[in-house]
Design a protein around this ligand. Structure first.
Ligand code: SF4
Length: 345
């Protein structure tokens, strides 16, 4: 069922239900599922210093409900599922949800985004459960800065987690780095040095404004500046993967290296035209766009006994409300969006 995640032309399986196409003709094949609002770090651009009001466990989707949601979306053409959080590895028995997703007909790729703190212990069981692509969030290679950004002392645990992921046989290990001006924007070359002899990818993510995450124009670094800093020492070769209609990252091979570098340019050069992403949050809220408030709650409908057809109608109704693209940055800053930890990235 599961294949290594490479840049294959999107093979759209015949699905029992109609595909998920929005009002702009975009076909949605990628579902991000948040399994918890909890996190063992307090990253400044994601979680307000005071933390967030966590919902009681009973208000979060059970693994059975998550499995049902994944199955239903797969019946509508979703072939990639990414587990997120908060920090997904803090949820007990996460492998249960992963195994269920990886055995769901139509699902070809199961991915996870983690902060890596618990990865040393979990890498092998995640692999065995069916994860075939892993993104590890690490915004600095300096322990002191790590502590300032995350308000925790787990820098070395994350490095050990990265090694464990590589040793566990993941073919696709990516580092996610949120570039913040005046915080870590001087480390681009250090990250390239870190990955250049490994079969890994480092992804530089443009800083996005979310509730209480300290975003400002002065702290925003457009991807082209990061790229220019790298090209002062390295040659970057455009990656064929870039051609994919729904590719989020602009990816480049690092010449004479097994590694690659990607840029996620949501603010300076959005990629909404090819958007294929949908989100279900830990409390079952359904979100058609990162920057939209949740459109509906699948949890309440499921617990009220809704049939799959009724859920499908709710999902399609919400999808037809999806806008062509996210609002301009001036508006995004004013948007009362949720914190990233509740959305799940
Ligand atoms: S901002 Fe919204 S529409 Fe644009 S790529 Fe992200 S999720 Fe898709």
């Amino acid at each position: 069922m599961l294949q290594p995640e490479t840049a294959q032309p999107e093979r759209l399986a015949v699905t029992p239900r109609e595909p998920l196409i929005d009002g702009f003709g975009r076909r949605h094949t990628y579902l991000r599922v948040s399994v918890t609002e909890r996190c063992n770090l307090r990253c400044a651009y994601c979680m307000p210093p005071e933390g967030v009001d966590l919902k009681p466990r009973a208000e979060l989707l059970t693994y059975e409900e998550i499995a049902r949601v994944v199955r239903l979306f797969a019946e509508m053409g979703v072939n990639k599922v990414r587990f997120t959080g908060g920090e997904p590895l803090v949820r007990k028995d996460l492998e249960t949800a992963i195994a269920a997703a990886s055995q769901t007909p139509g699902v070809e790729c199961v991915a996870i985004t983690t902060n890596g703190v618990r990865l040393k212990r979990k890498a092998r069981s995640l692999r065995a459960a069916g994860v075939n692509s892993i993104n590890i969030s690490l915004d600095t290679l300096r322990p002191d800065r790590f502590e300032r950004i995350t308000r925790r002392k787990d820098f070395h645990a994350v490095l050990e987690g990265i090694e464990a992921a590589l040793n566990a046989g993941f073919h696709n290990v990516k580092l996610n780095v949120v570039v913040m001006g005046g915080v870590n924007d001087d480390e681009a070359l250090d990250f390239i040095d870190f990955v250049k002899d490994r079969s890994m990818e480092v992804r530089f993510i443009e800083y996005m404004p979310f509730q209480s995450n300290g975003w400002s124009e002065g702290r925003f670094t457009p991807w082209r500046e990061t790229r220019a800093a790298i090209e002062r020492r390295y040659t970057l070769v455009p990656h064929p993967q870039n051609a994919g209609p729904s590719e989020v990252a602009k990816t480049f091979r690092i010449a004479d290296s097994p590694a690659s570098v990607g840029f996620i340019t949501s603010i300076s050069e959005h990629f909404c035209d090819g958007c294929n992403r949908l989100r279900v949050q830990a409390d079952g809220s359904f979100k058609t766009c990162l920057f939209h408030a949740p459109e509906t709650t699948l949890r309440d409908a499921m617990r009220a006994g809704a049939s799959d057809d009724e859920l499908e109608r709710m999902i399609r109704t919400a999808l037809l409300l999806k806008k062509r693209q996210h609002a301009p940055i001036e508006e995004l800053q004013q948007l009362s969006n949720q914190t990233m930890t509740l959305i799940g990235g």
